[in-house]
Design a protein. Structure first.
Lengths: 508, 167
């Protein structure tokens, strides 16, 4: 029994609660906000739809992780041409429990762009620096210990360096990461400093209450302000359990870029800008699969040790990331005997690919009987860069000694040399044939000081609804171009402290 | 150790004969060894249980279309997919996935789902040289042997009073 934590088994009847601030979601934004507000003495309740799964419960079993730690078994689909597969965490700690733990400060060029385009206050590099410093101390952000770097990462780095490209060591929120390569199944050592093992226990120790397995259906309102939330307790299999009502003068929504706009729209909130649910970016990723002559055992070593930053100005980030056999088999464009032959060489495979800083053309819509659905239109410009990112990734892999690479296009074209690669890519790649996936969704409740352009203001408060805040990647006014976790946390910390400064206004 | 929540209960696999036949075609031939096909379907049911109801229904529709649609495939001679022999079943699936459009996309997603379940089987993972448990145990020990005091201090700092400079 953890003091302050309530799970579904602890709840037998209708739940009626009252607090100063209720936070919907326990990921990077929600957990940080909870710890900050609790530290300031605010009576905080965190409601998390997913379950509480402690570090000791984590294994390398992919299917089990997908079923327990991810929303919808990890099977999100952003419908479009091409459609993009995506995943979101759904557990106490949110996506920080299943992400790779990359912790990068928001690039200054991105902050400057956001400030200029949206008139945002206090969001320059110098403004955020103290928050980044504080976060990095709390989450043990730093470089990997060298003994934990796997051969797949080392190969990819060597290939990129042979091409003369800039490669940086990854900064990750890890406390002497063991290199188990289990990031996406939940870190079995607790070395990855996810919210599950940092801000959630911190918030609990400071008196916050966390309710797992509690889904919020609506934000409730009276007059211009908010009065709390209603929802229900989850039962096994997603069945609805007892009703849940929380009364609070401050409501903070932190459900991520899909669930947050869906909840706000269900609650009848309509910003003047009409931008709620729009402007979705998702950093499309593509997977290049390379085969080497000798074992690289990519599953031994840290999830992702390096990033190729050479093409950041073009909006391309390249990295090698190992996929477990179930995930790789699901993504490989082969089946039957051919799939078996490819997978037989699993220990000789390096998987790598580009992340594209896209131009934000998706939206989220509530569909009756289905729930929130993501739609996404890949622009021609983004598609061209995805193909270029694939080409660059394959070049690095060949430079590292790969004998052949599979490209993530329909029909799984295979290149056996750089020349072969150039020949294959000399013909235009149809946009619809790209096979893309995403783990970074953002921008569906964007910040802007202009209520005609955005959903929330500079400090996350919903335009025209005092006491309602959003604190997750949905408030980004555009793609961040790198791993977004640290940006989410910095903005949550900054916005929490602003709320505390004005606590009388919010009844905190 | 198990999670506090075991996860959602398994869902019943719809159109089981078609699902089993599909697994036999899209998984490597070794799926027919022992009880593997049945265990793939068990994993499949577990994964279905984690999906929202609308997605479960959509997958069921894909399976029934896949099964009945085979009747229109010339080489099937009017048989449903579950009744096709290996050669024709393989040719039918290949014809579907090499098309463009929604049907091909859905069949590929279903293929991804089923093959993921196959490679979730521990003995299949061992056969391809993936056995993470002993490795995880070894590197976890190495971490504590090398950095035990720093790890314990870092963990304790989580609930310590804030000592970093307040922005």
């Amino acid at each position: 029994m953890i003091r302050g934590l309530t799970e579904q088994d602890d709840i037998t009847g209708e739940l009626r609660l009252e607090c100063g601030a209720v936070i919907v979601g326990s990921g990077a934004g929600g957990a940080t906000m909870a710890a900050e507000l609790a530290e300031a003495g605010v009576d905080v309740i965190v409601l998390e739809e997913g379950g509480y799964h402690p570090t000791e419960s984590f294994t390398a079993r992919t299917g089990r992780a997908l079923r327990t730690l991810y929303r919808d078994g990890g099977g999100g689909i952003a419908i479009g041409r091409p459609s993009v597969l995506y995943t979101e965490g759904r557990c106490v700690g949110g996506s920080t429990v299943v992400n790779g733990g990359m912790s990068w400060r928001t690039p200054a060029r991105v902050l400057d762009r956001w400030a200029e385009q949206e008139g945002l206050e206090a969001i320059g590099e110098a403004d955020l620096d103290p928050y980044f410093t504080a976060i990095e101390a709390r989450l043990s952000v730093g470089l990997q210990d060298p003994e934990t770097i796997g051969r797949d990462s080392a190969r990819f780095k060597a290939g990129a360096e042979a091409r003369g490209w800039t490669v940086v060591e990854n900064r990750r929120n890890q406390l002497h990461c063991a290199g188990t390569n289990s990031c996406s199944s939940g870190c079995p050592t607790g070395a990855k400093r996810s919210m599950l093992v940092t801000s959630i226990p911190r918030a609990l120790s400071l008196g916050a209450r966390v309710f797992a397995d509690c889904r919020v259906d609506r934000v409730t309102r009276s007059g211009p302000g908010v009065t709390g939330v209603t929802g229900h307790v989850m039962r096994p299999g997603g069945r609805k359990g007892p009703r849940l009502t929380v009364r609070a003068r401050t409501v903070i929504v932190a459900g991520g870029a899909v669930q947050t706009p869906a909840l706000l729209a269900r609650s009848g909130l309509r910003p003047a800008s009409g931008r709620l649910g729009h402007g979705l970016s998702l950093h499309p990723n593509a997977l290049v699969t390379a085969f080497f002559d000798e074992d690289v055992t990519g599953w031994q070593g840290v999830h992702q040790a390096f990033q190729v930053r050479e093409f950041l100005a073009e909006g391309l980030l390249l990295a090698a990331t190992n996929f477990t056999p179930p995930m790789l088999a699901a993504l490989l464009p082969a089946y039957g005997r051919e799939l078996g032959e490819l997978m037989a060489g699993y220990n000789r495979i390096v998987t790598a690919g580009p992340l594209v800083e896209d131009t934000g053309t998706g939206h989220v819509r509530n569909i009756p009987g289905v729930g929130p659905q993501v739609f996404y239109r890949l622009t021609d410009y983004d598609a061209e860069r995805a193909v270029r990112g694939v080409e660059l990734t394959a070049e690095a892999l060949f430079a590292a000694g790969a004998r052949r690479v599979l490209l993530p296009f329909d029909g799984a074209p295979e290149a056996r040399s750089p020349r072969d690669l150039r020949r294959l890519l000399a013909r235009p790649v149809p946009k619809r044939s790209l096979q893309l996936y995403s783990i970074h969704l953002m921008g569906t409740a964007r910040m802007s000081e202009d209520p005609r352009r955005g959903v929330v203001g500079s400090f996350g408060e919903f335009h025209g609804v005092p006491g309602l805040f959003v604190t997750d990647a949905s408030i980004f006014p555009g793609p961040v171009g790198i791993n977004p976790m640290e940006t989410v946390i910095a903005l949550a910390m900054r916005n929490a402290r602003r709320m505390v400064e004005r606590r009388d206004r919010y009844g905190l | 150790m198990t999670a506090r929540l075991p996860g959602p209960p398994p869902a019943e696999v719809p159109f089981r004969p078609a699902a089993r036949r599909f697994a036999e075609v899209v998984c490597p031939p070794e799926v027919r060894a022992g009880q593997r096909a049945e265990r793939v379907l068990h994993e499949f049911g577990l994964m279905l249980g984690a999906l929202p109801p609308a997605a479960r229904k959509a997958l069921a529709v894909v399976l029934v279309l896949l099964d009945q649609g085979a009747r229109l495939y010339p080489a099937s001679r009017g048989r449903r997919f579950a009744r096709l022999d290996d050669r024709v079943a393989d040719a039918y699936i290949r014809a579907l996935v090499t098309r463009r459009g929604t049907v091909a996309w859905m069949v590929k997603r279903l293929k991804g789902f089923v093959t993921m379940c196959y490679y979730e089987l521990p003995e299949v993972q061992r056969e391809i040289g993936y056995d993470p448990a002993p490795y995880i145990a070894a590197v976890s020990r190495r971490r504590l042997d090398s950095y035990g005091p720093q790890v314990r201090a870092g963990e304790a700092a989580v609930t310590a009073p804030a000592d970093e400079a307040k922005p």
